[in-house]
Design a protein around this ligand. Structure first.
Ligand SMILES: *Cc1c(COP(=O)(O)O)cnc(C)c1O
Length: 465
């Protein structure tokens, strides 16, 4: 068997040894502030067809990435359990909307959003790897709404794991908040920060930079910077491409994007050999990535609330992985570029890197009015009710679809998670599926605090000490 794939940081100067999958799973962010990436990108396994069951495809795709930590049997056990909680036999079904137009439904997991697909798997990976090492961890994560609930749902009552999730106070929907704060498991802790999602994310990054804390409480992450999430998401790009193009011909994807984690997985699928034409990075009015694709400059602005709050982000952390590859894996240059972005709020991406990124990605944006119109149009044409995030992807898909190349839009949330926007668009208030509705009456448990690192460090020491 080939040697296991190693992982290095996007800010590495080349002097550090590659880590194994299990190390990267537990570490989250690298000590130098970078994100771990695979040194080798394996070829797509043979034999995945439109008829391959999702769990089987997942095992085949993940195995080379996890070798040395989890073998095919481990993966099969975890994937079977993880995807049993999904309310559809295909796990991530594909629906035809019209000629060359398809919807990949990623909303059938326990929290009704796409993050369940990765996190139901990652929670199990974490528990298994910790047990193997006889260790405990404290998970800290920032959420703009959906990561938090998906992480909590995947980690509640898991042995050896404490969880602290930060969300921006009054900037997540009531249902998103309740999905997090009504979980009664004693290892789950919720904190609302008076600030934005980016403030929450900065607090998480600063906690990781505190080496003493990191060591004392065994800090770990499951938010979208964790490589294990990115790798689990590769699977549905492959299965949906096979579903709409059994002949293996090219497919395009439109991906409602915030932190760039989801669309990045599509890019890895392409690098593994999947025939992908366009990868559309669809944003709402918080359009740092769209502006980058238009101007070649990364420029952060203040976050503005929108109808698609899970995409209200101005620092797309996972974009660093694409930048690193585009730079020819020049960790020093990436660290320098991002340092300048942080210091001045704006930086020009070198021409050679831009050319490589432009070969794979297209940027698109949609404002709130366009989002409402798209929800209404989609309903009028197909009777399908879509959530505001999915609508952002659908509008971009409609603008960029080309005859003969199927366009798959990723549906990232159930409309019932965002009932106000949907009601405004079509006059119908979508209701939660029965199994999810009990969160509306269960008691909530969370604390509201200022945007202050000291407070967060104190909480982490209390729960993880
Ligand atoms: C997280 C999320 C997104 C954005 O995904 P990224 O991986 O952060 O780009 C889009 N839609 C919904 C519903 C989400 O929860």
């Amino acid at each position: 068997m080939a040697d296991p794939i190693g992982y290095i940081s996007t800010r590495s100067d080349g002097s550090d040894e590659p880590l194994g999958f299990g190390d990267v799973l537990l570490a989250g962010l690298a000590p130098d502030g970078g994100l771990y990436c695979p040194v080798e990108i394996p070829a797509l396994p043979d034999g995945i067809t439109a008829d391959t069951p999702y769990v089987e495809a997942a095992v085949a795709i993940l195995e080379p990435f996890t070798a040395g930590t989890f073998d095919a049997d481990d993966l099969a056990t975890m994937a079977a359990e993880a995807y049993r909680s999904f309310r559809h036999p295909d796990v991530c079904p594909v629906v035809e909307l019209g000629p060359d137009r398809h919807l990949l439904d990623l909303t059938r997991g326990p929290t009704l959003a796409f993050k369940d697909v990765a996190l139901q798997m990652v929670g199990r990976m974490l528990e298994r790897e910790l047990a193997r090492r006889g260790r405990r961890v404290t998970i800290v994560g920032a959420t703009s709404g959906d990561t938090g609930s998906a992480a909590i749902e995947s980690l509640a009552d898991k042995t050896g794991i404490e969880v602290l999730i930060l969300h921006p106070h009054e900037r997540v929907s009531e249902i998103q908040r309740r999905q997090m704060t009504t979980v009664a498991a004693p290892n789950i802790h919720n904190v609302a920060i008076r600030g934005t999602f980016d403030d929450c994310q900065d607090l998480v990054k600063a906690s990781f930079a505190d080496q003493g804390l990191r060591h004392d409480v065994g800090l770990a992450a499951v938010n979208s910077i964790n490589w294990a999430r990115v790798v689990c998401q590769i699977v549905y790009y492959v299965t949906s491409a096979r579903a709409v193009r059994p002949d293996g011909g090219p497919v395009s994807f439109s991906v409602p994007s915030g932190n760039f984690g989801n669309v990045l997985s599509g890019w890895y699928a392409k690098r593994m050999g999947l025939a992908v034409d366009k990868l559309i990075v669809a944003s709402n009015r918080n359009d740092v990535l769209t502006r980058y694709f238009e101007t070649g400059r990364l420029e952060t602005r203040a976050v503005e609330p929108s109808l698609s709050p899970s995409m209200d982000i101005q620092i797309s952390s996972n974009f660093e992985r694409a930048l690193w590859e585009a730079s020819g894996r020049d960790g020093r240059a990436v660290a320098e570029l991002l340092g300048e972005l942080r210091a001045s709020g704006s930086v020009e991406v070198p021409e050679a890197w831009r050319a490589r990124l432009d070969a794979d990605f297209v940027g698109a944006r949609l404002d709130d009015d366009g989002t409402i119109d798209t929800i209404a149009d989609t309903h009028a044409r197909s009777e399908r009710i879509v959530d505001p995030h999915t609508a952002v992807g659908l509008a971009a898909a409609e603008a960029l679809v080309e005859p003969g190349t199927p366009m798959v839009t990723l549906s990232t949330a159930d409309p019932a998670k965002f009932p106000d926007a949907v009601e405004r668009a079509i006059g119908i208030r979508p209701t939660l599926p029965p199994h999810a509705a009990e969160i509306l009456t269960r008691p909530e448990r969370y604390e509201v605090v200022d945007n202050d690192l000291g407070t967060i460090v104190e909480r982490l020491r209390a729960i993880g000490g």
